[in-house]
Design a protein around this ligand. Structure first.
Ligand code: KIV
Ligand code: ZN
Length: 512
């Protein structure tokens, strides 16, 4: 009989921990809906005890999502676990994921606890969580660098307390595939009650091996859950990438012989949504979701693919949701056609009011740009002002003048809490002048640590998608804006980052 591989997505928790990738409650809910469409088995929606914002995000996802299990992370203490249970109360199916570090380094330097104290706390935490929910996952943080004998004792004890999933993190991305696979295998052989729980892998990508390590944990070690994120989003070099693991298991079913629930046709939309929401651009040569992943540029390859697809293609682009750059809608398209295209793209807007707002923006765009591509529509609905609650800053209009040999100037009108203000400035270029015009009034003092422009559909007629990353008082946020005019897109991105700087609450770090 074929075993099932459980896909546990942690984009909204471990992915979001990446500096600058923090998301609003609405953004998280939108991504959670896309993960549900993708038929992800478990969605780790956040770390409820880390901040009120995270609590509310987990709660709203738990209330809205019906088909996936919703999970919250919590440290191994009663307060965190109670908060997680409270946030998850409305879920059809819920899981508490509790963790404590077990490596000598983390126990001594970070926790300042003895191994016996850690063992006791792990047991108490799982016992407490099991009294609140029936599905409890336990992770020994930095598990891969832990002492094998001690780890076996901890894992045996937490299974006895009722842990239903045991997740073995390679927290710092130190593992290599064969060793990690054998590590999981040895644990499963040595822990006497190992058959009472599902074993899970959680690998970070510091050495670029997160996917390979996870797959080795599955193949060699016998793990039946993989923890991963869309686009491999995550702290430092990121987490194991969902799309790569899923497509490896699906494409090489002959080797893995595992069944998956995932509806792979929603992968590309999920990738775009996460990238547009966080501003973390996907590299063109990224497997599965990169713009070049299915492009056959060389003459030999093109010729081969035209004669017989499988000469150079091992997966079908359509199977992961790639559609050719199609002109889908235009100036004359009506509201119903627009709504239907949103549905086909897997986008569901919450209310008729949001559809109306998105449609009005679409009409505005179609007046300026004759060909509207799927990418334009996705960018348009991921524009925060369509879905977000009232923001502090919003763009009204912008004019700028630049001419060879003259210093560019910009004048910008934007709203601050609904009231219009006008800022003016010169700058090195029109973008610089526009952002300085905003800053001359807002005076955020934030430092810009990243500015990038990407042509959404690849030509000069395309909309520009701009990402701005700002840093202020230790906080890092990304703002994204799109428009056919890249100066306007830049101003939108800057205002969006300022809105995030205003709204982002202080939070407790998961691995602090
Ligand atoms: O990488 C890690 O150790 C984690 C745990 C909190 C599961 O993300
Ligand atoms: Zn992690």
């Amino acid at each position: 009989m074929t075993d099932k591989l459980i896909i546990f997505d942690t984009t909204l928790r471990d992915g979001e921990q990446s500096p600058g990738a923090s998301m609003t409650k609405d953004e998280k809910l939108r991504i959670a809906r896309q993960l549900e469409r993708l038929r992800v088995d478990v969605i780790e929606a956040g770390f409820a005890a880390s901040s009120n914002g995270d609590f509310e995000a987990v709660q709203s996802i738990a209330n809205a999502i019906k088909d996936s299990t919703i999970c919250s992370l919590s440290r191994a203490n009663d307060r965190d676990i109670s908060r997680a249970a409270e946030a998850l109360r409305g879920a059809n199916s819920s899981r508490i994921h509790t963790f404590i570090a077990t490596s000598p380094l983390h126990m001594e330097k970070k926790l300042r606890m003895t191994p016996e104290q850690v063992l006791e706390q792990a047991k108490l935490a799982v016992r407490f969580a099991r009294n609140l929910v029936s599905d409890v996952e336990f992770s020994p943080e930095d598990g891969y660098r832990s002492d094998m004998d001690f780890l076996c004792r901890v894992l045996e004890a937490v299974i006895d307390e009722g842990a239903t999933t045991l997740n073995i993190p390679d927290t710092v991305g130190y593992a290599v595939p064969e060793l990690y696979g054998n590590f999981i295998k040895t644990l499963r052989e040595r822990v006497p009650n190992s058959d009472k729980a599902i074993w899970s892998v959680h690998c970070h990508n510091d050495l670029g091996m997160a996917v390979a390590n996870s797959l080795a944990g599955v193949k060699i070690g016998g793990a039946r859950q993989v923890e991963c994120t869309i686009n491999g989003l995550g702290e430092r070099a990121g987490n194991c990438s969902l799309e790569e693991v899923v497509m490896a298991v699906k494409t090489r079913r002959d080797y893995f012989n595992l069944a998956l629930n995932i509806d792979t046709q929603h992968i590309v939309a999920a990738s775009r949504m996460v990238s547009q929401t966080t501003g973390f651009v996907v590299q063109p040569n990224k497997a599965v979701v990169g713009a070049n992943a299915f492009a056959h540029a060389s003459g030999i390859h093109q010729d081969g693919v035209l004669k017989a697809r499988d000469t150079y293609e091992i997966m079908r682009a359509e199977d992961v949701g790639w559609t050719a750059n199609k002109i889908v809608l235009g100036k004359l398209s009506g509201r119903n056609a627009f709504k239907q295209r949103l549905q086909e793209l897997g986008v569901s807007l919450e209310s008729e009011q949001e559809v109306n707002l998105a449609f009005a923006r679409f009409k505005e765009l179609a007046d300026r740009k004759s060909e509207i591509f799927d990418e334009d529509i996705l960018a348009l609905v991921s524009d925060e002002s369509v879905t977000a609650e009232k923001e502090q800053y919003g763009l009204v209009s912008l004019s700028q003048h630049s001419e060879t040999g003259e210093r560019p100037r910009a004048s910008i009108v934007f709203t601050v809490d609904g009231k219009e203000v006008r800022g003016e400035s010169d700058g090195n270029g029109p973008v610089d002048a526009s952002l300085k015009a905003i800053e001359s009034l807002v005076k955020s003092g934030a430092e810009m640590v990243l500015y990038s422009v990407n042509a959404i559909s690849g030509s000069t007629e395309s909309q520009g998608e701009v990402t701005v990353r700002l840093q202020n008082s230790g906080r890092v946020v990304n703002g994204v804006g799109s428009d056919p005019d890249i100066v306007v897109a830049s101003a939108k991105a800057y205002l969006s980052a300022l809105n995030k700087l205003q709204s982002k609450a202080d939070r407790v770090a998961a691995q602090g």
